[in-house]
Design a protein around this ligand. Structure first.
Ligand code: FNR
Length: 199
């Protein structure tokens, strides 16, 4: 079983990127699951909030990440970079366990729920560049957090107004195929680069 945790970088109700995650959920290979973990309730990163322990929302968020065999990021592009809510979520997840700050299950040896986790990125935008710039930005950040980024395939969905329906469901067949390729690639990548395989 490969348990994938999905994060959506948009808090918008009719988010196209949320639609990408729904498309991913509908194309899971046998033996894989996808659970979307919400990021909208997290406070803004403020180190003063880390003492004496993390806020309850942060602990709950991190606890939801610890069991992931792989992570799938649906990343909008804001001003050529990562949207603030997603960067905020990654920053909270990236903080080391220790002191009064505990979210890990017993026996966990990693310092954060991101370390050593295989990850893939996809993104949708009405624009023509398909979130390529934001994805590059996110890739740099996730590598700094110790994640194992899938080298390929990439998944850029531009011209979103033509590729999603009124419910923000992905209807364009070529784009659905690209999402399915990313999901299948991530499951295979988790087998190659995941911790269970390495240990
Ligand atoms: C955007 N948008 C945008 N799009 C893009 O392709 N490149 C960009 O640099 C930006 N910059 C940007 C900045 C800010 C502050 C906002 C709010 C929006 C447009 C964005 O891609 C569009 O709103 C998407 O629909 C957002 O993704 P969701 O919410 O549909 O998932």
């Amino acid at each position: 079983m490969v348990r994938i945790v999905g994060l959506c970088g948009s808090l918008r109700a009719a988010s196209y990127n949320r639609g990408l995650l729904r498309a991913a959920a509908s194309s899971l290979p046998e033996g894989a699951t996808l659970e979307v973990v919400e990021i909208g309730a997290l406070p803004l990163m403020n180190q003063d909030l880390e003492t004496p322990g993390w806020p309850a929302e942060v602990v709950a968020f991190r606890q939801a990440l610890w069991g992931a065999d792989a992570m799938l990021f649906a990343c909008p592009e804001y001003n050529a970079g990562i949207p603030a809510p997603l960067k905020n979520a990654v920053d909270w997840a990236s903080r080391f366990e220790g002191g009064g700050r505990i979210s890990a299950p017993a026996g966990e040896t990693r310092r954060t729920p991101l370390q050593e986790v295989p990850a893939a990125i996809m993104g949708a935008t009405p624009g023509s560049l398909g979130t390529a710039r934001a994805q590059q930005h996110l890739r740099t950040v996730l590598l700094a957090c110790g994640m194992r980024l899938m080298p390929a395939p990439d998944c850029y969905v531009g011209s979103a107004t033509q590729r999603f329906d009124a419910n923000s469901d992905l209807t364009d067949e070529a784009s659905r195929a690209a999402v399915a390729k990313t999901v299948a690639g991530l499951v295979a990548w988790a087998g190659l680069a995941g911790r269970r395989r390495a240990t």
